[in-house]
Design a protein around this ligand. Structure first.
Ligand code: ADP
Ligand code: F6P
Length: 319
């Protein structure tokens, strides 16, 4: 393989730039040329592409966002769009592709592979909701951002003896919520994977207050939502002044952590190694400390276990 493309697709995530850099530098090291495709599959369909040299990825390893921009491309979900993409690859001499994104992006990567363009998917999303990997690129940074922000909220909650209800991202997954709840000492975490009982939570808060607890953090996963209403209800039923904060897109930005930079660099390198061998239709993941790859369709069928023990831990150590 002499010429490959790289794109980022779906919601951006810190570390995508580090992955792009690793793809470009590894490919050039191996004597390939690299085409950067802007704005996800849109760029492939519109010819919004440029050749990337070694210096084109200088000084991006530390930057959040994605140098190649990202987008969600409706047209690519249809077979006609995929065929147009395949033709665009042939026209531009792109023999293989690296797609950095979530599971929607993986489906597009599978479609391209099925039509003869070997494509490798890398897990780029803050949500960590990709079953074929223990960790996605961007997840660690997003969790660190949440912890930093909740620590700030705790300062003001403490001063006012308040309860802070904090809504964190994750789409339908509660991985960010559960981990940050433990890390922030939250009294409760509400996430889609687990049933919850607001009456019990309120009773626990009242009991804790009697034991001298003055401020409270409650983490609510985006998939549960309703944090404003929850704050209001807590205040009404406990008398504890409560405020809701929806952290929002700030969780998607910022300089990637060491962990995300290293993971993204390893995965970008691994993807090019697969393409070099002519292998496509694979997604890259990490299991423990080992990089792995799976067939895309197989990966999309996998189920990710939820860490029940970690969830239970919040109940034990936050009283
Ligand atoms: P993510 O990759 O973060 O899950 P999306 O689900 O929005 O984000 O998917 C990103 C892009 O991947 C979509 O805009 C579309 O271009 C492509 N895509 C999603 N689903 C499919 C599909 N079933 N077939 C082909 N391409 C798809
Ligand atoms: O997948 C990443 C994510 O930030 C989710 O946590 C969230 O549900 C979604 O994307 C938000 O998407 P948008 O950027 O389109 O508002």
């Amino acid at each position: 393989m002499k010429r490959i493309g790289v794109l980022t697709s779906g919601g951006d995530a810190p570390g995508m730039n580090a992955a792009i850099r690793a793809v470009v530098r590894t490919a050039i090291y191996k004597g390939m040329t690299v085409v950067g495709i802007n704005r996800g599959y849109n760029g492939l369909l519109n010819g919004d592409v440029y050749e990337m040299d070694v210096r084109s990825v200088s000084s991006i390893i530390q930057r959040g966002g994605t140098k190649l921009f990202s987008a969600r491309c409706k047209e690519f979900k249809e077979e006609a769009g995929v065929l147009k993409g395949v033709q665009a690859c042939h026209d531009m001499g792109i023999e293989g592709l690296v797609v950095i994104g979530g599971d929607g992006s993986y489906r597009g990567a599978g479609d391209l592979s099925r039509h003869g363009i070997p494509t490798i998917g890398l897990p780029g999303t803050i949500d960590n909701d990709i079953s074929s990997t223990d960790f996605t690129i961007g997840y660690d940074t997003a969790m660190n951002t949440v912890v930093e922000l909740v620590d700030k909220l705790r300062d003001t909650s403490h001063s006012h003896d308040r309860c802070s209800v904090v809504e964190v991202m994750g789409r339908d997954a509660g991985y960010i919520a559960v981990n940050t709840a433990v890390a922030c000492g939250a009294v409760e975490v509400l996430c889609p994977e687990k049933e919850y009982n607001i009456e019990e939570m309120i009773a626990k808060m009242q009991a804790s207050r009697k034991l001298g607890k003055q401020n409270f953090i409650i983490i609510v996963a985006e998939g549960i939502g309703g944090s404003q209403e929850l704050a209001k209800r807590i205040e009404e039923e406990t008398g504890i002044e409560s405020r809701a904060t929806i952290l929002g897109h700030v969780q998607r930005g910022g300089s990637p952590t060491v962990r995300d930079r290293v993971l993204a660099s390893q995965m970008g390198n691994y993807a090019v190694n697969l393409l070099e061998k002519g292998i496509g239709n694979r997604v890259v993941g990490i299991r423990g400390t080992k990089l792995v790859d799976y067939d895309i369709q197989e990966a999309l069928q996998m189920k990710k276990p939820f860490d029940d023990d970690l969830y239970e831990l919040t109940k034990v150590i936050s009283i």
